[in-house]
Design a protein around this ligand. Structure first.
Ligand SMILES: Cc1ncc(COP(=O)(O)O)c(C=O)c1O
Length: 553
């Protein structure tokens, strides 16, 4: 092989790379001095993986060739690309007979266009003769095992792509709403939103702002400065840390904040520890960002708190951090100070970040208190990312304002993602959030008082249902009873309700009461009921639940 043959181009879509591709590439690396893998973005075919992800899979699979393997994204005429890179060989893989006709034409056409560029075909190992990216994707999408056909990282990534589920809470709420719209009297405990109206002074501030010039324009991607200042001041006071307005990113709800966070932080295969029961979206968001959720089961007897020993045991070289949702959706558990301290200690010891989702921090009842993990000390404060928002505290779910406070480099990375996706959150909603944060706070105390009364009533009524065990939720606005005693029973219509999803389906359709199955939160056998609804709904709805369950045999 002369020096002029030493640069080869291996073009393809590689969505994703298969072991067949890797076989061809390895053989090519044995002959050519340098191989440029040229990835077609393939936008029209709606690719499953981004070009960056596709390149990374190849890099990770062949680390031994790192210095001789190059990558390019290219969609034009291949021979032009070869010329521009002084490559004189095109590498192709020949798998099956069916490939031949096209490859034959492709090679001849390229020779006509560029006589100096030769096409060299490699045949894969016979185990990979039939393997194609599209077949692998199809099999994975149907739940088939593709181990051995693609690198292990691709197996994980495919599983993640095809496992993203729609939010179960939104699904239950939508089902109840549909039945209601059809005139059926359903009581829904599904929604995670206060039934109160957004407080009047917040609406008044919005009314006033609507007459101001400049309202309704794009704002800074990170949010308007007065709002970021107010958030920085509030979070600094609550968490006993000094947060600058530049360290705050305002997003379209706390959900968006968390999404930006995982997208900015996680590399493919990075692990995030998520104590279960968890808020439905955490695992899926981690997977959307290419990460791997690692679920840590907790026990009702321990008030659903994750233990430091569990965290220690679950840590690997890929663990980036742990989600701490305090108070918790769905359990209503509030971490005691000692538990927060113990978690802080293990997070520092294991060099973990803490993703502190404090969206319910102002909704804490009785003698429970919210304890900030960031406030424990500077070591843990440095590694804590604060996620908070206006939705739950101020009955502002639909305004969609959430925020993150984090070290500046992370905020900058998240801002880039937000800037290329949604830009600033709605301007008028930012005005509303500013009024919420800086205005009178008695509305929060009033809502808290009402939630507390409803909480006590709901728990009392749930505990009165035979076979239902309900721990006292100390925060947020959910009760999370154990209904496993009813699983496997038969409905009067003759159906065996052997899991909580079937039970909840039957409850809404026959019992006319909507509750969310615990399996959506990683806790099969439990159901979640929101008490952010009227006292009358609680009394009638839990009554319906009891009556429906009593019909199961
Ligand atoms: C624990 C938790 N985090 C975040 C969110 C998202 O809140 P937002 O409505 O601000 O996006 C919710 C909403 O249900 C939640 O329960």
């Amino acid at each position: 092989m002369t020096q002029s043959h030493s640069i080869a181009v291996y073009p393809g879509t590689f969505d994703p790379i298969t072991n067949g591709h890797l076989d061809v590439l390895t053989r090519a690396m044995g002959i050519f001095h340098r191989v440029i893998v040229t990835i077609a973005p393939n936008i029209r075919k709606n690719p499953l993986f981004s070009t960056d992800e596709r390149m990374q899979f190849i890099r990770d699979a062949l680390p031994e060739y790192a210095s001789r393997l190059e990558f390019a994204v290219f969609e034009g005429l291949l021979v032009e690309f070869c010329r521009s890179r002084k490559a004189s060989v095109i590498v192709r893989g020949l798998r099956a007979l069916a490939d031949f006709e096209y490859e034959f034409q492709f090679a001849h056409m390229n020779r006509r266009l560029a006589p100096g560029v030769d096409t060299v075909f490699f045949m894969t190992d016979e185990r990979n003769h039939y393997v194609s990216s599209s077949l692998v994707k199809e099999v994975a999408s149907l739940g088939g095992d593709v181990t051995g056909l693609v690198p292990a990282a691709v197996v994980t990534a495919l599983a993640a792509k095809f496992k993203i589920k729609p939010s179960i809470t939104l699904a239950v709420t939508a089902k109840a709403a549909k039945l209601k719209a059809a005139g059926i009297d359903v009581i829904s405990f599904g929604a995670g939103e206060p039934d109160f109206d957004t407080p009047a002074h917040i609406k008044a501030a919005v009314h006033a702002a609507l007459d101001q010039p400049g309202i309704g324009k794009y704002t800074d991607v990170t949010g308007i400065l007065p709002l970021r200042k107010a958030i920085a001041a509030e979070l600094s006071a609550v968490h006993h840390v000094a947060i600058e307005p530049d360290q705050v990113l305002v997003s379209t709800g706390a959900k968006h904040s968390l999404y930006n966070l995982f997208m900015a932080l996680l590399d493919p295969g990075d692990e995030v520890l998520i104590p279960a029961p968890y808020w439905v979206s955490y695992p899926d968001m981690v997977m959307l960002a290419g990460g791997r959720p690692v679920i840590l089961e907790t026990r009702a007897e321990n008030d659903f708190a994750v233990t430091p020993a569990q965290v220690r045991e679950a840590c690997t070289g890929r663990t980036r951090g742990i989600v701490l949702n305090n108070p918790s959706n769905p359990t209503g558990a509030v971490y005691a100070r000692k538990q927060v301290e113990a978690l802080a200690e293990v997070a520092v010891e294991k060099d973990l970040l803490v993703f502190s989702d404090d969206i319910y921090r102002q909704l804490v009842y009785g003698d429970a208190a919210y304890h900030s993990i960031a406030a424990i000390g500077p070591d843990i404060a440095r590694r804590t990312i604060l996620v908070d928002g206006a939705s739950k505290t101020y009955a502002m779910t639909g305004w969609r304002i959430g925020y993150t406070a984090a070290p500046l480099p992370l905020i900058k990375a998240m801002t880039k993602i937000q800037g290329q996706s949604t830009s600033n959150p709605s301007h008028i909603s930012q005005v509303a959030a500013l009024a919420a944060l800086t205005g009178p706070q008695d509305c929060v105390a009033e809502m808290r008082r009402a939630f507390n009364e409803r909480r006590l009533t709901m728990v009392k009524l749930l505990r009165a249902i035979p076979g239902v065990a309900c721990r006292e939720p100390k925060g947020a606005f959910y009760a999370f009873p154990d209904v496993s005693a009813y699983l496997g029973k038969k409905s009067p219509e003759g159906h065996i309700l052997d899991d909580d999803v079937k039970l909840c389906d039957w409850l809404v359709e026959v019992g006319k009461v909507a509750v969310v199955p615990g399996s959506g939160f990683g806790a099969p056998g439990f159901v979640r009921l929101s008490y952010a609804c009227s006292m009358q709904d609680i009394e009638v709805g839990v009554g319906r639940l009891g009556k429906a369950l009593a019909q199961l045999s």
